[in-house]
Ligand binder design. Sequence first.
Ligand code: AMP
Length: 215
Amino acid sequence: MYLVLLGPPGAGKGTQAKRLSEELGLPHISTGDILRQNVKDGSALGKQAKDIMEKGLLVPDELVAAMLDERFSNPDIKNGFILDGYPRTLSQAKTLDDILARKKISVDLVVYLNTSDDVIIKRLTGRLVCSKCGANFHVLNMPPKVAGLCDKCQGALYQRSDDNEVTVRKRLEVYKNEVASLIKYYNQQKKLHTLNADLDARQVLEQISLLCAKV
Ligand code: AMP
């Protein structure tokens, strides 16, 4: 199943995608994660993306599309994927359809994780990420058992440089400018389902799993 998770930063796309990936045995593809890895590795793409990401702006379409096209050449997507962070604009949605059409596949289901601004700001400014396995924690809602260390793999936890309030508000603004056209696009294709993602992550996962079971 080819599943797209849409939603503002902080909607819980990454958290849900990781759990669904285990549940369904499908790869979790996050454009943000791939970009951050490129920044860490100091690749040409990472060098171009670093400042843009720190400002909360979008990395140019052609760079992200090329990166995604390369990721899709991995045969692990033959039974499906869970895509997180792409598309973010109508143009990216069309690009995604084109790239997949060349591989004779198409998006089956789009889940929009609708989330209120207050919840987003609280979630992101308190978020901690494991540098080794990518697991997410929260200073208040889901603190690690040992401060600064991942419960699962003992990797060091860090705060993303774009998870400060100023950048989060910019990321939200960028997101809101684009989301209406994406919603319209996937509604017209009758692929869109909207869920209330202010709810507890477990409840949201149950609802997504139900939708997936119907595909
Ligand atoms: P995320 O981890 O999805 O919150 O993405 C972090 C940052 O990576 C974003 O604020 C953008 O700068 C960049 N990014 C991730 N996905 C995309 C995309 N589909 N198009 C453009 N930029 C992206």
